[in-house]
Design a binder for this molecule. Structure first.
Ligand SMILES: [Zn+2]
Length: 401
């Protein structure tokens, strides 16, 4: 009797506790096959610095860089949206013109890097491009713009950027602009959502077939966008406020509303958006992040800042969120909506990092965690790229240009 019970129990035990190696193996297969897309990569911040070559492999432990083509390949990262990022400065005709000039220089840099490495990468603007490049074994470089400041007050700039390959604009960054209110402007709301010009911007983006990105914007801006848009919208790098209560994250109602509209929220891996840090830790991280975003840093400055970052990370290492914490956000969205409305936008090179994922070469651990939680290959393919490509295509099809 005892023996029989044991025999009966055996298959159950092995089913319930799949060996870690078996999970790894299964995950590796799914990961290799899936189209993996990350919708927010700040690698252009590094590319704009003297001497940084995105085609050369870097070492996170040495210079803090998290993305380059060789490490994308190593990690099985098929495509990323490279961010044309401009921190919001004081708005004036001169500064606005300068923002456009800087944006164009970043577009140039991205196109140049791809042109110089035709065997390794290609510019992607459509779903079909992404799957084609994956087949060719090349990295897909999509382009997104973080902060609509360079749109200035001229809708014609949207067409200009669209023609340069731009496929989403994050309407604002950390401060309000002429388009919309940000979720984090120290002075609070300026427009109570979208400005009248911002409404025109959303309509024109719909018309051109460019995705509207509501990461960073205020809750009111989000609801204004939803009211106005004729196609699904995205949050390119946002997490869940229910799990980490910061204004940069989305409330459950916002996530449900976004999903109802057909859109997708791409989970952000910035520690402070995954798990609420202590006030002290928050302040020190913010200070370093702001310094790192400067484009005129000397190699010595960079090294000093990286040392500061390492010391800071070490100090708070045990508090750092883990892969499990990040995947909890993915799972929260799935439970709220379905597996069709969540993806990944880690914000690498922009502050994204959790324990066990220092750079893009390590993204396989996300797939492992999803497999461990019982997600199917089909689900994982949707999370990694299927969902965002579905939205990109819907926006493209909805265009009336
Ligand atoms: Zn951001």
């Amino acid at each position: 009797m005892k023996k029989l019970l044991l025999l009966l129990a055996l298959p159950l035990v092995s089913h319930a506790q799949t060996a870690p190696d078996a999970i790894k193996e299964k995950a590796a297969k799914i990961h290799a096959k899936a189209l993996t897309i990350d919708t927010h990569a700040d690698v252009p911040i590094n590319m704009m610095k003297e001497g940084f070559d995105v085609a050369v492999e870097h070492d996170y432990a040495k210079d803090g860089s998290q993305i380059d083509f060789p490490r994308m390949k190593k990690g099985g990262m098929d495509g990323m949206f490279f961010a044309v990022y401009l921190g919001q400065g004081k708005r004036s005709p001169e500064n606005n013109a300068e923002a456009k000039k800087k944006a164009l220089a970043i577009f140039d840099k991205i196109h140049d890097a791809v042109k110089k490495n035709p065997e390794v990468a290609g510019i992607a603007t459509t779903r079909a491009d992404a799957y084609r490049l994956q087949k060719e074994g090349k990295r897909a470089v999509f382009i997104g713009m973080e902060n609509g400041w360079p749109v200035n007050d001229d809708l014609a700039n949207l067409k200009l950027y669209y023609d340069l390959g731009l496929r989403y604009i994050t309407l604002s960054h950390s401060a309000n602009n002429d388009i919309a209110d940000s979720s984090t402007d120290p002075d609070g709301p300026e427009w109570n959502g979208l400005s009248p010009f911002g409404e025109q911007v959303v309509k024109e983006m719909n018309r051109l077939g460019m995705m509207v990105d509501i990461s960073h914007v205020s809750d009111s801006t989000f609801y204004d966008v939803i009211k106005l848009t004729k196609v699904p919208v995205i949050a390119s790098h946002s997490s869940c406020r229910a799990l980490c209560d910061v204004p940069r994250n989305m409330t459950d109602d916002m996530i449900k509303t976004l999903a109802k509209n057909g859109g997708v929220i791409q989970i952000n891996f910035v520690p402070g958006f995954v798990k609420k840090p202590s006030m002290q830790q928050e302040l020190s991280m913010k200070a370093i992040r702001m310094k790192l975003r400067q484009t005129d840093l000397s190699p010595e400055d960079k090294k000093a800042l990286f040392e500061e970052m390492k010391a800071n990370a070490k100090k708070y290492e045990s508090d750092m969120p883990t892969i499990k914490d990040a995947v909890d956000h993915i799972e929260h969205v799935i439970k709220l909506t379905s597996v069709d409305h969540v993806g990944i936008g880690m914000d690498l090179d922009g502050g994204g990092r959790v324990q066990g994922l220092d750079d893009v070469s390590q993204i396989g651990v996300i797939t492992e965690e999803l497999v461990r939680r019982g997600y199917s290959a089909k689900d994982i393919e949707k999370i990694w790229g299927g969902n965002i490509m579905r939205v990109l295509e819907a926006v493209e099809k909805g265009k009336t240009m």
